[in-house]
Design a protein around this ligand. Sequence first.
Ligand code: ZN
Ligand code: FE
Length: 256
Amino acid sequence: MTSLEIHQIPVLDDNYVYLAHDPATAACAVVDPAVTGPVMEALSRRGWSLTHILNTHHHGDHVGGNMTLKEATGCTIVGPRADAARIPGIDVQVGDGDTCDLGSQTARVFDVPGHTRGHIAYWFEGSDALFCGDTLFALGCGRMFEGTPRQFWTSLAKLRHLPDRTRVYCAHEYTNANADFAVSVDPGNARLRARAEEVLKLRENGKPTVPSTLGEEKATNPFLRADAPDFQQAIGMAGDDPVSVFAETRRRKDNF
Ligand code: ZN
Ligand code: FE
C-alpha cells in the first residue's frame, strides 16, 4: 500500500499547515489551513487538487482558510462533532472512534479535549502520520484553554498508545522554547538534553523540528511523562497521581 505524501507549509509566525496527498487516487487534504494564499500556491506548485480540509479544532489559526479554500476548490470540510458550531463551513462531523477516508487512506479519529473542548486528532496508520493540532507538540502540549487536567492527561495518554514510529505532525514550531522548559523540569534526562541540543542546531539553521516521532516524545516530552517515576521524582511529586503531576507541569510551563 502506498502512503500519503505530506508537504509541510510554514505560515504566520510559527504555524505549520500540512498537505496530505494520496498518490493512488489524487485525493488531497489540507490540515488546519490557517491561511489561504500559501496553501493555494503549494497546491498549484505540486499540481495537487484539494479535496478535503481536516480541522483539529476551532481556533482561527487552524480554520482561517476554510471558507475561501472551500469556495475556490469545492472541497469537503471535516471537523470535530463536539465543536461543529465553531468550525466554519463544516460538512462532515467526526468524533472518537470514527474513521475518515482520504482516497485510499483512512484516518482514525480521536477526541483529545484539553486545549479546547472539541479538539480531535487524525491518525493515518498506513502512513504512520498523526495530525494532532495543538494537543501534543514536540516537547510540549497546548495551553489548557477549555479543558481540565484530567481531560488533557487522558487525551495525551490516548495518543501515547500509538506506535513509536508514528510521526507527530503538530501545528506549531514551539520546540525550542518547549525544550528550555523541559530541561528545566527534567534536567537528569540525558535523551532530552541531547534532543534539546539538536533542536537548537536545527533552529539556528532555520530548519523545522517537526515532525518528531512519538517514540522521541515518550522519552523526552515532560507532558507525556507525568506517570514516569523518574520525572515525578525530578519535580518533587514522587508517587503522586499522574493527573496532579500533569496539572503541576502545565502550571509551571504557563509561568515559565
Ligand atoms: Zn489552538
Ligand atoms: Fe494553534
